[in-house]
Design a protein. Structure first.
Lengths: 550, 558
């Protein structure tokens, strides 16, 4: 239960708004109940053939309920969706606060793109908590209570039967459905996961499968995985319709019980005959309130699974923090160094770097090469304090990086490269991201030094052109130049280039490295790469192999 | 895609069975609805006239049973729908796979593998709602109102006419509102998309934001954009909820109207209590299926979108020429010739290859160079019969390859792609991909020749180590060497190497280069490369430029 409570705290809503939404929802249900009950009364009374005028109240009542119900429903839908969207906004902010200090090294995976997409989808699904759980439950409670109260005023015994029926339909039936679906749902989910993995792999490797003549075999494997899924889906299907089916069963039993009680009460003389129909129809219509509770069990399960993933993130402690009395950055040029650093990403795994020593003196251009996985990006992470060393220390002007504020460290040392993200906004906004108050002249200058200005000015919208999602409107080379322009504008004294030429063809790569080194002639630059382009121009080339610097 | 789009119905036999079943269940539901209402009315009328509990007990029991039966029917609808959904999706999946693997593995339409898998497997939820709830509702919405109207007409024609009067208003108003709102909501949904992807963009770029000390500042934009998104969405919803409201209004006012007219006539003595109550209880049932249909419509829209996507995926793409044909001569003996070959990708404008003339002589190592995008990988695809030329032909000893048996031809080829796929399985299984039934010695020998044996032996389980998705991760160099091992084990006369040293560090490059040198012996090799250091491996070098092999340089190995 604490899971749900914590999730509700994340996707917080104002109590007043929730109360309004519930009130409107209850009003909708009760208007429906009122409509049928009053109509039942009207007709039964009419059968006694009284003066028509004595039916006036009932007639007005029927019309009133007939009108009130759709209106209440319309406003209830608006209110509950508005509520859910507000909750979504809050949830996004809260989860952003959670994830912000953890990115990128504590998100468990260096290729964190997928994790973050799932985070967004998971947060989105929190809306269901209100729309499909809290809201409907409260409405069922309030509407049910009022209906029972009205029934009690007419015939207490019937009220008890109604209450029992509502409780069973509202609590026991959904619980039974969930239990039924859980087991078969797990098996189905597993089969589905297996098939997805096989399918993705087959599609990705389709060409090799075809060329190497293994098509039949592969299709056979997929057919097997597919039939396993179909079989488990068939089993799961049995549990699917259980909710609504059981609910109708309970409705029937309750209405029958209420009828029986009403008839015998009337026969005993304690109930006016006109009210028999009223009670029966009241009971029948009350079950509308509990109908949404049985459905949506599966979506709720998925929502809770998403919620658990989010809570797991929220429970991670940020490893990097600012010191209580931070040191100030030095004014003049400074040296950045790694001293006998051992660093890694997990407690169980062996460290990525071992005894690493590195000196970046002011104005020097140093290259760091080595096979992928050797720890080059780890060094970049250490330099900007995305990661702290296990042993040894990273120093800036001779002092441990941990003595400075993170913000200051990142003003002094910046990283740009293949992992730099381009936002779905204009070229100018992307370049000026680090310096939002930069003047047009400064932005132009940065673009010029990155040798991107001519191209930008040739565009119809100039630097107001949108770069597209993750910069997809630009070529690989242009993206990297934009990233470089951004780093130039931000103007940190030490620049780390992390694989800026990855995925570029050799000519583009060589041009880019040349231009970058030219633009940063006097800036301390560390070029991390596994490509040969530009190495000839560096002051020093260091090799990193299996965690050790040579 | 329309509901009950013929493409959907035609392809999936399960759908037809389901439709029949749903119709049967629908008729049964209609009957039960009427029975239910009649029983309820009878009991009340009898009690009205002074019956005791014992008198009406059997009918009360029957009433409860009628509800139970309706429950069973509704359960049946969902089960049948869920089963149909998974069967339909299964058919689609297998057809997709079959098509991709047999006829167009090259996936020239550029559709992502993950997207296909997602559509083919995850799509079940959308389709389940379509088959399990929407289709049955369509049936119910046709059958039940008719049955109810018919029965009410039999009891009391006037009431039936009153109901009938209210009914047409519903679709008319909904259609009116639908037309009015459709254009406006579509525009708004487009604008909404930008607002809703903002959060993902920020979150994806978090490391960059932190590096630039902008991550706190962006938190404020999240709140702001979320609010704008909310307001925009609410504006759209205010309009789109209207049509549902009209339906509900018609339904409840209809019931109210019926109740009042019945009541008035009861007073006047023109109608009996049982008849009146029956009509009253039946009145909501007239509208209920229609209301629920509106509610289920949105879920069905998702389902149909999925089906649309899958159908599109399985119907796109040109068909590469298929097998059955004369067996082709071996490239070990005969030269391969590109004669005026042109090629254009269906999704990109312009010709990649423009009347290309190229020869590949048996036993030689030909280096094919050129800028990225010049068409080098296209040449490989054509040789591998993964695509067909849009003009011109490929010949072997004068025989057009398009007339030759594709499978037999491919058996004479080995391919080391630029991004080799490592499948989930052991190292040995991955190498054996290129030659089913290879012995352990052969696997080991191939790995040695490819320069991969050393690092495989260093792995915890050696050749039984599980690699690929979910297995031990491999570096680019390691994957390349596995692909080379595949080429060695296949021992095919023609080997195509596509950028074997691209994106590799210096020693991996060295290892791969050595392996390529070992491969040259006794094989014809087409070596596609950018990097100059491989040039010395080749007998000849051809440069692709503007779709043609323009520059021809003969370089003899030392």
């Amino acid at each position: 239960m604490t899971t749900v409570r914590r999730l509700l705290a994340i996707a917080e809503v104002s109590r007043t708004r929730l109360a309004l939404s519930v009130a409107l929802g209850s009003a909708t249900v009760l208007a429906g109940v009122g409509l049928m009950a009053t109509a039942g009364y009207l007709i039964s009374r009419a059968a006694e053939r009284p003066a028509v005028l004595s039916l006036t109240v009932a007639i007005v009542g029927v019309r009133f309920f007939g009108l009130a119900r759709p209106l209440a429903r319309y406003f209830e839908r608006l209110t509950s969706h508005d509520l859910a969207l507000r909750a979504l906004g809050k949830a996004r902010l809260r989860m952003y606060d959670v994830v912000e200090p953890l990115a990128p090294t504590q998100l468990g995976d260096h290729r964190h793109g997928d994790l973050l997409s799932r985070l967004v989808a998971d947060v989105d699904s929190l809306q269901n908590l209100h729309l499909r759980r809290t809201g409907p439950r409260l409405v069922a409670l309030v509407a049910g209570a009022v209906a029972v109260a009205v029934a009690a005023a007419i015939l207490p015994a019937a009220a008890i039967a109604l209450a029992a029926g509502l409780l069973v339909a509202g609590i026991a039936v959904p619980a039974a459905t969930v239990a039924l679906q859980r087991r078969s749902g797990t098996i189905e989910a597993a089969a589905r996961g297996e098939l997805t993995a096989e399918l993705v792999e087959t599609m990705r490797g389709a060409q090799e499968i075809a060329v190497f003549g293994r098509v039949e075999e592969r299709i056979g494997r997929l057919r097997d995985a597919d039939s396993r899924l179909v079989r488990s889906a068939r089993q799961a299907a049995f549990a699917e319709g259980a909710g609504e089916g059981l609910r109708l069963l309970v409705v029937g039993a309750t209405v029958a019980a209420v009828l029986a009680l009403a008839v015998s009460a009337h026969a005993a003389g304690s109930l006016d005959r006109v009210l028999v129909a009223t009670l029966a129809l009241l009971a029948l219509a009350s079950f509308e309130g509990v109908q949404p509770l049985a459905q949506g069990a599966r979506e709720l399960r998925e929502t809770l699974a998403a919620g658990r993933r989010l809570l797991e993130l929220a429970d991670r402690d940020p490893a990097i923090s600012d010191p209580p009395r931070p040191a100030e950055l030095p004014d003049g040029p400074f040296t950045v160094a790694l001293e006998a650093v051992r660093a890694g990403y997990g407690d169980g795994e062996s460290p990525v770097l071992e005894g690493a020593d590195l000196r970046l003196e002011p104005g020097r251009h140093i290259a760091l090469v080595g096979p992928s996985g050797a720890g080059k990006t780890t060094i970049a992470n250490l330099l900007v304090r995305f990661l702290d060393p296990e042993c040894g220390r990273v120093t800036l002007a001779g002092r441990d990086l941990r003595d400075y504020r993170q913000e200051d460290v990142r003003r002094a040392i910046s990283v740009a490269g293949q992992d730099s993200h381009l936002f779905s906004t204009t070229i100018r906004d992307n370049v000026a991201l680090g310096r939002p108050d930069a003047s047009d002249g400064e932005v132009e200058d940065a673009l010029r030094r990155a040798r991107l200005l001519d191209w930008v000015q040739s565009l119809p919208d100039g630097w107001d052109t949108l770069v597209g999602e993750e910069g997809r409107e630009l070529s690989g080379g242009q993206r990297q130049r934009l990233v470089v322009a951004r780093a130039l504008l931000a103007g940190a004294p030490v620049l780390v280039l992390d694989e800026p030429t990855a995925h570029l063809d050799p000519e583009t790569a060589a041009e880019l490295v040349d231009d970058v080194l030219e633009a940063n002639r006097t800036r301390t630059t560390l070029l991390i790469t596994h490509r040969p382009e530009g190495l000839g121009r560096m002051d020093e080339v260091l090799r990193l192999e299996s965690g050790v610097l040579a | 895609m329309r509901a009950l789009d013929p493409r959907l119905v035609r392809r999936a036999a399960p759908v037809r069975i389901l439709l029949g079943l749903d119709t049967g269940l629908g008729v049964a539901t209609a009957i039960l609805v009427i029975v239910q209402a009649t029983l309820l009315a009878r009991v009340v009328a009898q009690a009205f006239d002074g019956a005791s509990l014992d008198d009406v007990a059997p009918e009360i029991v029957l009433l409860a049973l009628a509800f139970a039966a309706r429950g069973a029917l509704s359960w049946g609808f969902e089960v049948a729908g869920a089963r149909a959904a998974s069967a339909v999706l299964s058919d689609f999946r297998l057809e997709l796979v079959d098509r991709r693997l047999r006829t167009q593995p090259a996936a020239l339409d550029g559709v992502d593998a993950g997207e296909i898998a997602a559509a083919g497997v995850q799509g079940v939820d959308g389709l389940r709602a379509y088959f399990g709830r929407y289709l049955p509702q369509v049936v119910l919405a046709c059958v039940v109102p008719l049955a109810v109207l018919g029965w009410v007409a039999a009891i009391d024609l006037t009431s039936a006419l009153v109901m009938l009067a209210t009914l047409p208003l519903v679709p008319v108003f909904m259609w009116l509102i639908g037309r009015y709102t459709e254009e406006r909501t579509r525009e708004r949904w487009v604008a909404l998309r930008l607002l809703s992807t903002h959060f993902l963009d920020i979150v994806r770029g978090l490391p960059t934001l932190r590096l630039l000390n902008q991550s706190r500042a962006q938190a404020a934009t999240i709140a702001d954009v979320s609010d704008r998104h909310r307001r925009a969405t609410m504006g759209t919803l205010r309009v789109s909820f209207l049509s549902g409201t009209v339906l509900e209004l018609a339904a409840t006012l209809g019931v109210a109207l019926v109740a009042v007219t019945v009541g008035v006539r009861l007073v006047g003595g023109g109608l009996g209590l049982q008849a009146g109550l029956t009509v009253l209880v039946l009145a909501p049932e007239l509208y209920l299926p229609l209301r629920q249909l509106g509610a289920e419509f949105h879920a069905s829209a998702d389902g149909l979108a999925v089906a649309e996507r899958i159908i599109a995926l399985s119907e796109t793409g040109a068909e590469a020429a298929r097998s059955a044909g004369t067996p082709a001569p071996s490239p070990a003996v005969e030269p391969i010739r590109f004669e005026g070959v042109s090629f254009a990708y269906p999704t990109r404008p312009g010709l990649v290859l423009d009347e290309l003339d190229l020869d590949l002589f048996p036993g030689e190592t030909l280096l094919l160079a050129g800028e990225s995008g010049a068409g080098k990988s296209t040449v490989a695809s054509l040789l591998l019969r993964l695509a067909d030329p849009t003009a011109g032909r490929l010949t072997v000893a004068g025989l057009d390859l398009a007339d030759c048996d594709t499978d037999a031809w491919r058996r004479m080829l080995a391919w080391v792609p630029q991004r080799p796929t490592i499948f989930h399985g052991t190292v040995a299984e991955n190498i054996r991909l290129a030659r089913a039934g290879a012995t352990e010695e052969e696997v080991w020998a191939a790995a040695v020749a490819a320069g991969a044996d050393e690092f495989v032996q260093a792995l915890p389980d050696g050749y039984d180590t599980v690699v690929g998705d979910g297995g031990r991760p491999l570096s680019a160099g390691e994957r390349r060497r596995f692909a080379l091992a595949r080429a060695f084990i296949r021992d095919a006369p023609l080997v195509i190497l596509d950028e074997p040293t691209a994106d590799l560090d210096p020693e991996s490059t060295q290892l791969v280069g050595d392996a390529v040198e070992r491969l040259r012996d006794g094989h014809t090799i087409l070596l596609i490369a950018h990097r100059p250091e491989l040039a010395w491996h080749a007998d000849r070098m051809v440069v692709l430029e503007a779709g043609k092999a323009i520059v021809l340089r003969e370089r003899r190995a030392a």
